[in-house]
Write a protein that binds this ligand. Structure first.
Ligand code: PBG
Length: 329
């Protein structure tokens, strides 16, 4: 008889026939920070903390020591610094540039990735500049936003960011940011583009963490419709043509088909973002005793790798890295 179970009989055989690997080197840790001297547990994301710059440096060092190569930074900006023009996002003395410099000074081998988008800086809470038309409707301006994003990306590069990651979903921003970085002499700074970022219900806890929810309206005129997969291939093609170095799909777990299709259609590395709502679904079910957290986390990350992602942004990065370093997994 043909018996597939023969290849599953012992742990050693299972290890040899395993098709997908998951290691700490595949993980990127998203980190929240604020302009305060103390650290604040984030109510909407149990187990996640908003750090002072000093604590951020310490915690990033711990994650790096576990084998995690990179962090992505998300700032909570003080209300008084927010404005319709989001000018604080390219202040070279702002929170993010100072955090980049502190991280790079303390941990030169850590890859520091920054988020390029206006929502934490914008009094409207949108990823782009907002205009209100005479009929009362809101428009998120595309081309005007790009100019600000370019300044933001160059400011991050100037502070020492290793990779910039535009998450705003404006059309044409990857090409424009590439041009701005090159013109400023940062030809070696890669762009990790949020290529297929969906207008997802799963970002709710994140917006709570940064107080960055849109004040009015939603993000459906720029983030993608969850019903569409072929459209993601169009975004991927454009980002490639515009010079992106890494393509990202977000969220991850509900969009494995999109990860898989993009991975098959591009020679570029693919990243996937296991977002705050995905984190919370596992975290809260585990906290209630309804599922085994460690097994669920490893399985969810393995599935994202199996779909075709080279790297995964996940709030579980440090815990997963510690588990993966134990021989028994
Ligand atoms: C905003 C941004 C968001 C996330 C990352 N960058 C939220 C949004 O688009 O509203 C969400 C991440 C998460 O939910 O974990 N530029």
């Amino acid at each position: 008889m043909i018996r597939p179970r023969r290849n599953r009989r012992t742990a050693a055989i299972r290890a040899m026939v395993r098709e997908t690997t998951l290691t700490p080197a595949d993980l990127i840790l998203p980190m929240f920070l604020h302009e305060e001297n103390s650290d604040t547990p984030i109510e909407s994301m149990p187990g996640v903390t908003r750090w002072s710059v000093a604590s951020l440096v310490r915690e990033a060092g711990k994650a790096h020591a576990l084998g995690i190569p990179a962090v992505v930074l998300f700032p909570k900006i003080e209300e008084t610094l927010k404005s319709p023009g989001a000018g604080e996002c390219f202040n070279d003395e702002g929170l993010i540039p100072r955090a980049i410099r502190a991280l790079k000074a303390a941990h030169p081998s850590l890859c520091v990735i920054t988020d390029v988008a206006l929502d934490p800086y914008n009094s409207d809470g949108h990823d782009g500049l907002v205009v209100r038309h005479a009929d009362g409707s809101l428009e998120i301006l595309n081309d005007e936003t790009i100019g600000v994003l370019c300044k933001q990306a160059v400011s991050h590069a100037r502070a020492g960011a290793d990779i910039v990651a535009p998450s705003d979903m404006m059309d044409g921003r990857v090409g424009a940011i590439r041009g701005a970085l090159d013109d400023a002499g940062f030809t070696g700074v890669p762009i990790m583009s949020y290529t297929a970022k969906y207008a997802s219900a799963l970002y709710g806890p994140f917006r709570g963490a940064l107080d960055s929810a849109p004040k009015e309206g939603d993000k459906k005129t720029y983030q993608m419709d969850p019903a569409n997969a072929r459209e993601a291939l169009r975004e991927a093609r454009l980002d490639e043509q515009e010079g992106a170095d890494i393509l990202m799909v977000k969220p991850a777990g509900l969009y494995l088909d999109v990860i898989s299709r993009i991975a098959e259609s591009t020679p570029l590395p693919v990243a996937a973002y296991q977002v705050s709502g995905e984190y919370l679904m596992i975290r809260s079910a585990a906290a209630a005793g309804w599922l085994n957290e460690r097994d669920a986390v490893i399985e969810s990350l393995t599935a994202i790798r199996r779909a075709g992602a080279s790297m995964i942004l996940t709030y579980f990065a440090a815990e997963a890295a510690a588990w993966l370093r134990e021989a028994s997994v």
